[in-house]
Design a protein around this ligand. Structure first.
Ligand code: UDP
Length: 255
């Protein structure tokens, strides 16, 4: 295959120029980072599973009328997406206290929150993604008040839908992170769409009966069984690669 232009390499994905204008290829790596990339490692087969899991979730969101950047999966580790202008905000939705909210507000992990809480973080590795308010977002022009209203409404719809989807396979959606992008159609109409990925890298997923963690916290907290946890999520969603775990390594070539 002809060498493609690499646009960007992130912590867990590489972005390449897509085959048609306005498209991008997302390549999912096995690399994992935590604590603002201070902790680095490899979760064998993660890229293959995350490619499938994110495809599955983006397609499901599309089915209920939530626009996403997803176009189609290309192969084991790659998917085609619309090129969007990423809004530089990480949107976190929480249902149960865990991670940073537990630490910051002294709420014991596992405590159900009085209602779903939406938080914003400014995307900046150099600043370690600081938490920001709507005031900061509008004052610095990262998004306008209408965009923020749309983003909150979308984030809460995604939360309700995914909570039900995971509940159906015995998993509690504790919290998750979304990114949004501005997508311009041929007539130059702008639409805010769900972008990036939705995977166990960006969600906290706990087994409903045992509270066993089925997400990246196993890597962050050196709990072991990381590969198995990602496989378990894929298995429960009914999307383990056909040929089974031997398929998980996939191709190493990312040219
Ligand atoms: N999250 C993420 N990327 C980030 C920060 C957080 O995907 O850069 C996800 C994380 O996996 C969790 C949720 O957002 O599902 C809330 O994370 P939290 O603020 O508790 O931070 P953490 O404890 O992961 O540092």
């Amino acid at each position: 295959m002809a060498r493609r232009r690499r646009i960007y390499e992130g912590k867990a994905k590489v972005l390449f120029e897509g085959p048609e204008p306005g498209t991008i290829v997302q390549y999912f790596k096995d690399d994992a980072t935590a604590f603002n990339a201070q902790k680095k490692g490899v979760i064998s087969g993660k890229g293959v599973l995350n490619n499938r899991i994110s495809e599955y979730i983006m397609l499901k969101l599309g089915e209920i009328g939530i626009a996403t950047h997803f176009v189609r999966r290309l192969n084991m580790r790659e998917q085609l997406v619309h090129e969007v202008e990423i809004i530089p905000i990480e949107v976190v939705v929480r249902n149960i206290a865990a991670g940073s909210i537990s630490k910051r507000l002294g709420i014991e992990e596992g405590t159900p929150l009085p209602r779903s809480i939406v938080e914003f973080y400014y995307k900046s590795d150099a600043l370690e993604d600081p938490m920001v308010s709507e005031e900061h977002i509008t004052a610095f022009g990262w998004a306008n008040p209408q965009d923020i209203d749309d983003i909150i409404a979308l984030a809460l719809r995604v939360n309700d839908f995914l909570s039900g989807l995971f509940l159906g396979v015995g998993i509690r959606l504790v919290d998750f992170k979304l990114e949004f992008g501005r997508w311009y159609d041929d007539q130059d109409n702008m639409r805010i769409v769900v972008a990036d990925e939705v995977t166990p890298d960006s969600c906290r997923l706990w087994d409903i009966k045992t509270n066993e963690k089925l997400d990246k916290d196993r890597f962050r907290r050196d709990m072991g069984g990381v590969e198995e946890a990602y496989q378990e999520v894929a298995r429960r969603l009914g999307i383990l690669p056909e040929a089974g775990p031997q398929d998980l390594k996939g191709t190493k070539s990312i040219n």
